[in-house]
Ligand binder design. Structure first.
Ligand code: SF4
Length: 172
């Protein structure tokens, strides 16, 4: 897997101060995509052990709330194994920090396992999934942590327990 960017401080893609990883490679081709250069799976730099170590070091800061995964497409079948390995390391090192992931796939399709062999396992490691493609016609600048109204902020743990989609609620 290649990656486009690692941001040690990001306040736009989830609550609080976060570390963000933008992976390379996406096949959704949403019109109006904010990051079309990252559609290319060869864009950016190889994601190696050094990058994993750097992310873990950034996450150690006490003011960092968690990790956000973006793209590109973190759930593309060819990115899943590397992203899964990273989130397992993060869980192990920082069980108190949360993990958000943005995807152009739908939660139901990831849960069913039809999007790559690691999608269910990767989903299980997340706290919040922001799902669905960016839809230009439904773009709303006022939306928090998402670009278009079709996208959902899904509380992964609560959804698994309820057996249906439960929205993330930061008032809870
Ligand atoms: S899923 Fe995200 S990265 Fe991929 S084309 Fe759509 S907006 Fe761009």
């Amino acid at each position: 897997m290649n990656y486009a960017d690692i941001r040690p401080i990001d306040v736009a893609n989830g609550p609080g101060i976060r570390v963000s990883l933008f992976v390379s490679g996406c096949t959704h081709a949403c019109p109006g995509c904010f990051n079309p250069e990252a559609w290319d799976f060869g864009y950016g730099q190889p994601f190696t052990k050094d990058e994993v170590d750097a992310i873990l070091t950034h996450l150690a800061k006490p003011y960092v709330k968690g990790l956000s995964l973006l793209g590109g497409e973190p759930f593309h079948p060819s990115n899943q194994a590397a992203v899964l390995e990273l989130v397992k390391r993060v869980r192990e090192a920082y069980p108190g920090k949360d993990i958000w992931c943005y995807t152009g796939y739908l939660y139901e399709d990831l849960l069913s396992g039809k999007v790559g062999e690691h999608s269910r396992e990767l989903l299980e490691q997340l706290d919040v999934l922001v799902d669905g493609p960016f839809v230009l016609e439904q773009k709303e600048l006022s939306l928090r942590f998402r670009g278009s109204a079709n996208q959902r902020l899904i509380d992964v743990h609560a959804s698994r327990e309820a057996g249906t989609v439960v929205w993330w609620n930061d008032e809870m």
